[in-house]
Each structure stands twice: as structure tokens, then as C-alpha cells.
Design a protein around this ligand. Sequence first.
Ligand SMILES: [Zn+2]
Length: 174
Amino acid sequence: MCKFCSSDRVISVSAKCSDLSTVEFGNKEHNGYLPDDLGIGGGDYVEFDLCLNCGRVQGEWPLPESGIERRATPRLPTLVDDRHQGMIQDLSARMTDSDGTDFLGCAEILLQDEDPQTVMVGIRYLLEDPMTRNAGFQMIEWIRDWTHFQQVRRQLMPTLRQIDEDEDAEEDDY
Ligand SMILES: [Zn+2]
């Protein structure tokens, strides 16, 4: 019986997807076994009970935040003050125009003032978006011999840790 409308028109669906499921949320896409925190089965199987009267999936809703939601939500606020607004816009334009590949162009924008704070904010911006993340890592490589490298690296640690955690979670996520 449907727990929402009391109709007895409730069907049970079970579909084996193995590792071929795709789940999208925001800027994240999961491919592989079905995550088990979505209320529709998990692992090899998509499984749910559906009421053909009210169209609702049986279960306890709302669910707690799922893994894919957690990873799609940026947890680190990007603090960009007015001073860096123009630099971020330039970086963003350069990345969009080059599909994230114009590393030299990025470096020019980042290092124009030789200011550690500007460089840190710019690299963090690049790292936070999967589309420009490679450029971010490349910039870190390129400033290794720079006087202010350690300072910038220290300030980037929370972002780098976050990326590691997300990648680990992505692998375990089924
Ligand atoms: Zn119903």
C-alpha cells in the first residue's frame, strides 16, 4: 500500500545495472555502480517501489545529503575581494577561450604583479573547477622556485586536501 496516498497500486521495480549507472547532480557526474544513498537501490541494482496512483517512490523522504550532492557543493567559500575581481575575470576568459589549456596565458595573468595573494587566489580559483584544475596544478609546478612558493602552497592546502578527499570519495562511491 502506498504510504503517501494509501492506494494499493504500488509496483516493485528491480533492474540490474551492474557498473553502468550514471547519476548527475549539479557539476558532478558519477559513473559506475549505483550509489546506495539515493533511495533507489544501490550497487548492481536499481530498485524502488512506485505508486501508480500518486507517482511517488516509496521510502523515507527527505534523505540526508547524498555523496554526489556533497561533492557538487563547493564547501570552501571562494573569497575574492574587489582587488582580484579583474584578475579572476581575465583568468576565466583565458580558460574559456582555450578550453582550459592556455597555461602560459594563465601564468602571465597570475604573475603580473608578483603578488603572492593574487597568485594564491588565482590558483585556488583554477583548482576549484574541474574544467580548469589541470591549469591550477600546472601553475603550482611552475612557481616551485618562486620566493613566495611556500607561502602560496600553505594557503592552498585546504583546497588541495579537499580535492584529494573528493577524488577518494568518488572511487569509493557505490
Ligand atoms: Zn500513492
